[in-house]
Design a protein around this ligand. Sequence first.
Ligand code: ZN
Length: 83
Amino acid sequence: MLDWLAETNAKMREGLLVAYKPWNKEPDIIHRLVVVLAELSGRDTEILAKIRKELEVKCKHPKKFRDIDPKSRSYCVCCNQYL
Ligand SMILES: [Zn+2]
């Protein structure tokens, strides 16, 4: 899901900044708006990267401490992180 969002965001940003697109031909208000949108899109990509980092599994406990919860999700009995 995060990969898809980041990829879609990056494609949209690239599309906005393509030089031959009509909205980039003249330095008018529309072009300035496109630049702002591209900056916002770039910021979203950074936010997605930060979310991904927070979601990374940080558990370093041995596999023998893993168990399965009632919803069949694997988790660590030491730190309760889902794996
Ligand atoms: Zn753990």
